[in-house]
Design a protein around this ligand. Structure first.
Ligand SMILES: NC(=O)c1ccc[n+]([C@@H]2O[C@H](COP(=O)([O-])OP(=O)(O)OC[C@H]3O[C@@H](n4cnc5c(N)ncnc54)[C@H](O)[C@@H]3O)[C@@H](O)[C@H]2O)c1
Length: 320
């Protein structure tokens, strides 16, 4: 097995003062990366708190013999995001890896969106990731090397709270992260900049209060530590990273790709609403009782829609 090391690499990890971010910073530093440990120090809802958690993690890294520097800016502030990258360049001379991890959780219910917390969720979860990448991109492009790990969430696939609340802005922003990752991967392909997304699941201060006294909390405490997420994500941050534009569920030692897929579907240039309904099984595609998809195509990009149209017999004579 080739070892995964970061000896010549400089990483920025956002929201790294605790939880999963701290685990990312420790895992990268332990394997040789010099790390900018960013944390704006806020509560789960995003209110400023007084501790210096970024420095605490820097101290932990240094105590283990690693190299790190603290940054206390907000990823939601364009100048702050740019300053994180500048700090990496000024302190360590380069920027190779961004782990966009900072997050809050105060989402309103979907039927109340855009609600009071909407802008803040977009700013932290979605714009924050765009801002750090925007600041680092010219440097990554120039050095023809970059690794971007964006934090999405299974919430983007549907997220209901134990009290029956279906979240809005949190899930929406995390869905946007998946799209942004896909686009960054496309733009980065010519420059050896790889971008992938993770859907982590790990016990942290963010999730524990949502599920007090439940068997799920007990399960998470026993089996889903933040280090599991960080060690798997290290593959995506590494030189050996085999893919770009993909998303992975990471939890408790399980690593699995999330696939965007489409069946051939129902295709008829003369369709009517009635014929669509009459052929609903084809629209939905086949899956077995365990939700395993049968006869689905991986959805690669928007151009692949034309391939499927033609494969379904519509306009197959046109050379695209
Ligand atoms: N824990 C899970 O199971 C889970 C599941 C899905 C997604 N996530 C995502 O993983 C990431 C980490 O979550 P966690 O569970 O470790 O939460 P956490 O609350 O323990 O850590 C989040 C950190 O981000 C920091 N932060 C918040 N806003 C910031 C900003 N504007 N700028 C810089 N730092 C900021 C906070 O101060 C905090 O230290 C988040 O993006 C979260 O949405 C977590």
């Amino acid at each position: 097995m080739t070892s995964v090391r970061f000896d010549t690499r400089v990483a920025l990890v956002t929201g790294a003062g605790g939880g999963i971010g701290r685990a990312h910073a420790l895992a990268l530093a332990e394997r040789g990366a010099r790390v900018v440990v960013n944390d704006y120090a806020v509560s789960i809802k995003g209110d400023h708190e007084q501790d210096d958690r970024a420095q605490s993690v820097v101290n932990e890294i240094k105590a283990l013999g690693g190299e790190a520097v603290a940054n206390r800016d907000s990823v939601a502030d364009p100048e702050g995001a740019a300053a994180m990258v500048t700090q990496a360049l000024d302190t360590f001379g380069r920027i190779d890896i961004i782990v966009n991890n900072a997050g809050i959780n105060a989402s309103d219910a979907i039927q109340h969106e855009p609600g009071p917390a909407y802008q803040q969720h977009m700013a932290v979860h979605l714009e924050g990731q765009l801002l750090t990448v925007r600041a680092a991109w010219p440097h990554m492009e120039r050095q023809r090397y970059g690794r971007i790990v964006n934090t999405s969430s299974a919430a983007a696939l549907g997220f209901v709270q134990p009290d029956g609340t279906w979240y809005g802005s949190y899930a929406i922003a995390k869905g946007g992260v998946l799209a942004a990752t896909r686009q960054q991967a496309g733009a980065g392909a010519a420059h050896n900049i790889k971008a992938n997304a993770i859907l982590p699941l790990a016990i942290s201060r963010m999730v524990a209060p949502l599920i007090p006294g439940t068997t799920v909390l007990d399960y998470m405490e026993r089996h889903t530590g933040p280090a599991h997420v960080a060690l798997a994500a290290a593959v995506l941050a590494s030189e050996q990273c085999p893919v770009s534009g993909q998303a992975f569920s990471l939890s408790g030692g399980r690593v699995a790709r999330l696939v965007y897929a489409s069946p051939l579907g129902y295709a008829n240039p003369d369709l009517t609403p009635e014929s669509v309904l009459a052929n609903w099984d084809q629209v939905m595609g086949e899956s077995d009782a365990e939700h395993r998809l049968l006869n689905f195509y991986e959805a690669v990009d928007n151009a692949f829609e034309y391939t499927l149209l033609q494969r379904a017999g519509i306009g197959a004579e046109v050379a695209l």
